[in-house]
Design a protein around this ligand. Structure first.
Ligand SMILES: Nc1ncnc2c1ncn2[C@@H]1O[C@H](COP(=O)(O)OP(=O)(O)O)[C@@H](O)[C@H]1O
Ligand SMILES: [Mg+2]
Length: 334
């Protein structure tokens, strides 16, 4: 398969007077799985739709395999998009849903058949080819939508929150399947989500967006271990990192320090002392919600075998290598 490179040079987008994207620079390598992640409204879908050719680019350059593609019609870009809503034709069978785009493109019948069968094998939907979408589960429908993209053999796959409509267990399963699919196809994939777990588990490279700007680009564990800002530290990781205020941070020469819940340990004489407000006991681990006076509320992830009853006093320690320091502008300092 030919792998495709996508470059964004200072891409901006405005809807009238509303400026939504403020100059996005990004290199997507051939075959890379890139995830755009960020809170709702930060511009993820808009950016993806501009790459797809469904939205005009206000300024900047979109390069696909070295070709300036800003004004190329969507159908000529070699991209296929999978939407959260699936967008299947309700009156067409699974087979015809997948075949439709190829029919329009006047692909020979035998070739259509070959591609639809191959895609349905990959996605394990061969038994459902004659069904209508309404006779499928949510997960099966999403597979058909992905199959419709696969049969087109696109240069770049674009996914917009494709798993958001599925329940938690199915989301986990489909996540694994998407990762496997990427490995198998080797195609360049761009995937939009607001879910940092999806970003962490799927991406070769994560792009964290905030209010129409890139906050940080990096490999998942680099973002986890070396967040560039308060925003990234707060966005990546679950339960969320704790930010400790100036009263505490000053001794480390910082305005704020961050400590992840998993980096606390219960320790007599630890630097932080608080009262346990609530404990979520998950068996293997416990999420302890602690009130620590002027330091505010703290979440600690502690061993599931430890006693944790509301009202009890808890002292927490941590290794100094596990704290992140931030200056007053929210930038991380070493
Ligand atoms: N057609 C449009 N007209 C005006 N504003 C829009 C339009 N589409 C999106 N926006 C605005 O652009 C911003 C980014 O939207 P979107 O890209 O959908 O965010 P995300 O996908 O990250 O949730 C939002 O503030 C949204 O209201
Ligand atoms: Mg969106």
């Amino acid at each position: 398969m030919i792998q495709t490179e996508v470059k964004l040079n200072n891409i901006k987008k405005s809807f009238g007077e509303t400026h939504v994207l403020h100059g996005i620079d990004l290199d997507i390598k051939p075959g890379e799985f890139v995830v755009f992640v960020g809170p709702s409204g930060c511009g993820k879908t808009t950016l993806l739709r501009m790459i797809a050719g469904l939205e005009d680019i206000t300024s900047g350059e979109l390069m696909i395999d070295g070709v300036l593609s800003n004004d190329l019609p969507s159908s000529k870009r070699g991209v296929a998009m999978v939407f959260q809503s699936y967008a299947l034709y309700p009156h067409k069978t699974v087979y015809d849903n997948m075949a439709f785009g190829l029919k329009i493109a006047k692909t020979p019948k035998a070739e259509i058949d070959r591609r639809v069968r191959e895609a349905s094998e990959i996605l394990q939907i061969t038994d459902y080819l004659d069904r209508l979408p309404k006779a499928l589960s949510g997960g099966q429908r999403q597979r058909v939508a992905i199959g419709r993209a696969i049969v087109r053999d696109p240069k770049v796959f674009l996914f917009d929150e494709p798993l958001s409509n599925l329940d938690a267990a199915l989301r986990t399963k489909m996540r694994v399947e998407l990762a496997t699919l990427h490995r198998r196809l080797g195609a360049t994939m761009i995937y939009v989500t607001h879910d940092q777990v999806e970003a962490m588990t799927l991406a070769d490279k994560i792009v964290v967006l905030n209010k129409g700007k890139i906050e940080q680009v990096g490999r998942p564990l680099d973002l986890y271990n070396k967040p560039a800002s308060l925003f990234v530290a707060g966005f990546i990781g679950s339960p969320q990192i704790n930010f400790l205020p100036k009263e505490f941070a000053e001794r480390y020469g910082a305005n704020t320090v961050g400590v992840r819940p998993e980096h606390f340990r219960v320790e007599a004489g630890g630097a932080i002392k608080g009262t346990l407000k609530h404990a979520e006991k998950l068996g293997n681990e416990t999420f302890a919600y602690i009130h620590a006076g002027v330091l505010g509320d703290i979440t600690a992830r502690i061993d599931g075998t430890l006693a944790a009853e509301p009202g009890q006093t808890i002292e927490l320690g941590f290794e100094s290598q596990h704290i992140y320091k931030f200056d007053s502008s929210g930038k991380r300092i070493e």
